[in-house]
Design a protein around this ligand. Structure first.
Ligand code: SF4
Length: 411
């Protein structure tokens, strides 16, 4: 098979992995399509670095052959799709060619499992080793690791890659047992533990005489992906699992990918996708857990499902009216950041501002807070919500996000 045909097949097969891309972007089929910006056919995806830069990565599979039969995956053993396989040298050459032409800043490489987990992992590591050692490649490398591979190989992946990820796929062992019987949560946790432990060892390592520590394994940390809607796991189970992974293995990110039904899928997986809004709400809740200090239990108090019509912070505030209104001139910064419509940076700026003078209502407008959402929950020097506060259900109806509507071409 020609290299370009392999590239189009193995780039298309890699698009289901959300763990390096902005999965909130609309899904577009890159096959048989051309046009301005249609770069996904060539395997280029866009990803965001921790400092907010958008970088282009060559995102491909080493192969879409696979020994496993995960029911939710298009590359499973029993799937009737055309198959292809790159050699190690082909991936190295493609990466260097794309990089030298300034098309990409790095490589995201995953693979189906061929021969054995160890053999597959060796091939992935060989690509990264060749790029780093033979070609002095300084670009970004994200390697997907195979959880069942030898821990020494997982660690070797971390030596050459900036980021490694082990996909957990489903939050519960029962789900894996039913849909991906060759996988197990404990093996996935062990692989995550190897990377985490290496990071901890580096953190506590004593610097040498020159003051330098040994190079850190996977300096950009590790991430994972959970498929939402392939099994019957609830939002509570998804978020509790994510929270545990953040705490236990210090993961940088958990990515959520709404299950997308695949042609010829077996009867064990749904034939309808979950609402895309569910994926969006999970990302919002995840953001609140990682950056705002919310617990998964707090966001889901008493329910197992996130509301689709309200963002999780607003839903939490409506369930905790006893904690509001918050006086922006007195409350601690963490509590101000919990007010709907006020983000972390605005909370920080409000606290800085009140050192100089009292915070007024118009300051929220100047700081570009979402005043409509914040208004019922705050007190400022010149504003206090009326005593006859609307009940939470009515407030929810007033504040819920408008249902997006497709505009007509002619107005
Ligand atoms: S191991 Fe990975 S590539 Fe293979 S069937 Fe499962 S999810 Fe798909």
């Amino acid at each position: 098979m020609e290299l370009i045909a392999k590239l189009s097949l193995l780039a298309d097969a890699a698009k289901y992995d959300a763990s390096c891309a902005s999965s909130a972007a609309p899904k577009r089929n890159s096959r048989n399509r051309e046009g301005l910006g249609a770069s996904t056919g060539g395997g280029i995806c866009h990803s965001y670095t921790p400092d907010g830069r958008c970088v282009a990565l060559l995102k491909i599979l080493l192969t879409n052959f696979c020994l496993y039969d995960c029911q939710y995956c298009i590359n499973r053993r029993s799937s009737d799709v055309p198959r292809a396989r790159f050699s190690v040298d082909e991936v190295v050459r493609l990466t260097l060619d794309f990089y030298q032409r300034n098309y990409v800043s790095g490589l995201f490489l995953s693979s189906g499992i061929i021969r054995s987990p160890d053999y597959t992992m060796e091939q992935l590591v060989a690509v990264a080793r060749s790029l780093r050692e033979q070609h002095q490649f300084r670009g970004y490398i994200h390697l997907k690791t195979i959880p069942e591979a030898d821990p020494a190989l997982v660690a070797a992946a971390g030596r050459y890659a900036d980021r490694v990820s082990v996909n957990i796929e489903l939050p519960r062992q029962e789900g894996l047992q039913r849909l991906a019987p060759e996988k197990s949560l404990s093996t996935i946790h062990s692989a995550m533990g190897v990377i985490h432990q290496a990071g901890e060892t580096h953190r506590h390592a004593t610097p040498s005489f020159s003051g330098r520590k040994p190079a850190r394994l996977a300096p950009a940390g590790q991430s994972t992906q959970m498929i939402v809607g392939a099994d019957d796991s609830s939002d509570a189970q998804v978020l509790t699992t994510a929270e545990n992974l953040y705490q236990r293995f210090k993961l940088r990110r958990v990515y959520y990918s709404a299950y997308s039904p695949i042609p010829g899928a077996p009867g064990t997986v749904p034939h309808q996708p979950p609402p895309l809004l569910r994926e969006h709400r999970l990302y919002q809740a995840d953001h609140l857990i990682r950056l705002y200090g919310f617990g998964a239990g707090e966001l889901l108090a008493g329910t197992t499902t996130l509301a689709l019509d309200l963002d999780p912070k607003l839903a939490w505030a409506l369930n905790h009216r006893d904690q509001f209104p918050v006086d922006l001139n007195l409350a601690p910064e963490q509590l101000i950041a919990r007010v709907p419509g006020i983000g972390l940076r605005s909370a920080q700026r409000l606290v800085m501002l009140r050192r100089r003078r009292a915070v007024c209502f118009d300051d929220l407008v100047r700081l570009r807070c979402v005043v409509r959402k914040a208004q019922p929950f705050i007190v400022t020097r010149d504003y206090r919500p009326s005593r006859a506060e609307p009940e939470s259900a009515r407030l929810a109806r007033q504040l819920r996000d408008p249902v997006p509507e497709q505009l007509g071409l002619w107005g």
